[in-house]
Design a protein. Sequence first.
Length: 251
Amino acid sequence: MITYKSPAEFEKMAIAGRCVARIHEEVQAASEPGVSLRELDAISAKILKEDGCTSSFLRYQGTFPATICASVNDQIVHGIPGDYELREGDVLSLDVGAIFEGFHGDAALTYGIGEVEPAVQQLIEVTERALWAGIDEVQHGARVGDIGAVIESSAEPYGYGVVKEYDGHGIGRQMHEQPQIFNHGRRGSGVRLKKGMAICIEPMFNLGTDATRVEPDGWTVVTADGSISAHFEHTIAITRSEEHTSELQSH
Ligand code: MG
């Protein structure tokens, strides 16, 4: 179902989003060789509590066992933060979701631990640029296909695999609402975006092919060919029915 949020509801989502941003900042600062993913999860849980929020992911579908998703190297999304200790050269993708007074905020980012190979650094940068290119398409009246088309074409010159089995989503009272926000598509096609909607855009690009599989834990999604993957995500609210603003185009 697509839901439309009032300004007061968007404000709650913004508070959840600020908590998500603080978690990303503090977790990134703590991410260094020798630190376990479980420790990063504990930092996240502490900040959620301080900010009066709860985790969007903990017990998601009744079973997700952690506060955040932490996906390393060939893990694309939904990694479970456990005892694994970060190593120099690892690629860490963190996905954080917070709920404030019943409303969700959701964002992901990917970074290297210390030095990573140039090809991996480029993958990370291109994936982040694709997210911003997608965000630039967001306005009242735009189509979901406008976002997918620009994300897909961002990967094309590099030959990256664009993950198609997982995608972005509407967000509000649920972390995952309609519409689906695909990372591929055709300009001018798909659901029309309208004022009051909030969506998560989240490109996932692989150094290898786009094929994925799920690990035996039932959650962790990895690249089928073992190649490195990157993932970025922001939550975007459509608050106006006017044309595009310079604020969005400045990125
Ligand atoms: Mg999401």
